[in-house]
Design a protein around this ligand. Structure first.
Ligand code: SAM
Length: 251
């Protein structure tokens, strides 16, 4: 197995079945599975009435997958899910036990594509916690995903359920995209404001935006935020207000 491709295969068949059950994939969508590996989720997906597509990056896994699923209506694609563009003629549900090294990148790639009904992903537990984080514990990743989707924690999976055993536990989460598409400038503004996430908000904004600290404090005050807060404490509404005031000050 290839460590650099995040190949930790889920060995517990009950958990694989639970992930597919909890994904609640509607009958009228096409399914894309990311990183099928040796088929632990695929075994359950082929029991669904849906058309199944598999996106696997490791060329050496393609022939075994083709042989295994030649009787089924499965389309196997040898591609990198970090850059894969879905077709646009249908509605899609995406599912996958993602390779840790690329999970953020893969989620961001699909987050901004159209016609996705739901995404059910197993990721490193710490990343899952960020994706579903409540107010007070949000990172830039939480902001980005929760601004574009509803998120839900489904399962915690112990590291020992995978082979080879990874260092950390996993979490399965569900992401249900909304129709919003945030403005790029706004996303960049918030990204910069998270430059020093452990510092107080004014210092973190200063590091990211390089504007005068007295002005930043004024913006924070006008946004009715407590200047002792840190970026993780701001809610999605707080960010919207802060950006609005920032724009109005014409910086
Ligand atoms: N689905 C299998 C399971 O649950 O046992 C395998 C999961 S394993 C954590 C991640 C899988 O993603 C591996 O099969 C790996 O080869 C594949 N993979 C790694 N990087 C990828 C990428 N950029 N795009 C698509 N698949 C990738």
């Amino acid at each position: 197995m290839k460590k650099k491709l995040g190949q930790n295969f889920l060995r517990n068949k009950d958990i694989s079945k639970s992930i597919v059950d909890l994904a609640e994939i509607p009958d009228n969508v096409e399914v894309f599975e990311i990183g099928p590996g040796d088929g632990s989720l695929t075994e359950n997906l082929i029991k669904l009435p849906n058309k199944i597509n598999l996106i696997e990056f490791d060329e050496e896994l393609i022939t075994p997958l083709r042989n295994r699923y030649k009787q089924n209506n499965v389309n196997i694609i040898n591609s990198d899910a970090r850059f894969y563009k879905l077709p646009t003629e249908n509605k899609y549900s995406i599912i996958g036990n993602l390779p840790y090294y690329a999970s953020n990148f893969i989620i961001r790639n699909f987050l901004f594509q159209k016609n996705i009904v739901s995404m059910t992903f197993t990721v490193q537990k710490e990343v899952g916690e960020q994706i579903v984080a409540p107010d007070g514990k949000k990172s830039f990743l939480s902001f980005l995903i929760q601004s574009h989707a509803l998120t839900k924690k489904l399962l915690i999976i112990k590291n020992t359920e995978f082979y080879p055993v990874p260092k950390v536990d996993s979490m399965t989460i569900k992401i249900i995209p909304n129709d919003k598409k945030l403005d790029e400038d706004y996303i960049n503004f918030v990204r910069k404001c998270f430059s020093s996430p452990r510092k107080k908000i004014a210092n973190s904004i200063f590091k990211g935006l390089q504007i005068e600290i007295s002005l930043i404090k004024e913006i924070i005050k006008l946004s009715e935020l407590d200047e002792n807060l840190r970026p993780q404490h701001l809610s999605l509404i707080d960010w919207e207000n802060l950006y609005k005031v920032y724009r109005e000050t014409n910086l």
